[in-house]
Design a protein around this ligand. Sequence first.
Ligand SMILES: *Cc1c(COP(=O)(O)O)cnc(C)c1O
Length: 244
Amino acid sequence: MAASSAAMDGVAAAALRSVLQRVHQAAERAGRVPDRIKVVAVSKTKPVSLIRQVYDAGHRHFGENYVQELVEKAPQLPEDIQWHFIGHLQSNKVKPLLAGVPNLAMVESVDDEKIANRLDRIVADIGRKRLKILVQVNTSGEESKAGVEPSGCVELAKHVNQACPNLEFCGLMTIGMPDYTSTPENFKTLANCRTEVCKALGIPEDQCELSMGMSGDFEQAIEMGSTNVRIGSTIFGAREYAKK
Ligand SMILES: *Cc1c(COP(=O)(O)O)cnc(C)c1O
């Protein structure tokens, strides 16, 4: 491996350790159990070699938001990675996603019944184990395709829980504002949704995850109850979308 890339990889591993430490400290400040907060390392646009280094540093939860990118990367990486799909999912991509990524651990971005039904059916068709699901909620109060309205979260969670036997409803996710920043109101809205969903489904709140918080705001999200933070650029470095 080239020296420059080895140096870069070292940076990602060090960044991971620093993030884990900050997660730990935020949890302690909030009087929460640090081990119950999951860090999903969001590796979109990043090369397999860099993901591998973070894996070698001991990390196992990774997130991607494009089906094609995940389907290309997953087979090049160890099978015990727990992949989280965190992007907008189209019906016609469900089959390639599930068939191409046997170690897909969770889909965090279920935002309507149609996509839930499709996931449920394809899980059965390919005979994989039950798939963990989060319901994505639009907490921005703005017109946006990302997520169900807070007023619809109970109905969708119920649907996944009761009508999709091959899916396991695990909680709620939000991105925050359309520009991918979050406000305390976004986190509060998601926590309120959890209260309603848990009441409606008769499950304890500590069994319902809250996926909220990204590089810029994960500590605040943890203080407001997040159980699953999705961190990309702080671990892997800024994303470069332009051609090199
Ligand atoms: C890219 C992405 C993240 C990570 O964003 P960073 O600001 O780089 O940490 C988190 N969640 C989703 C849904 C994303 O698409």
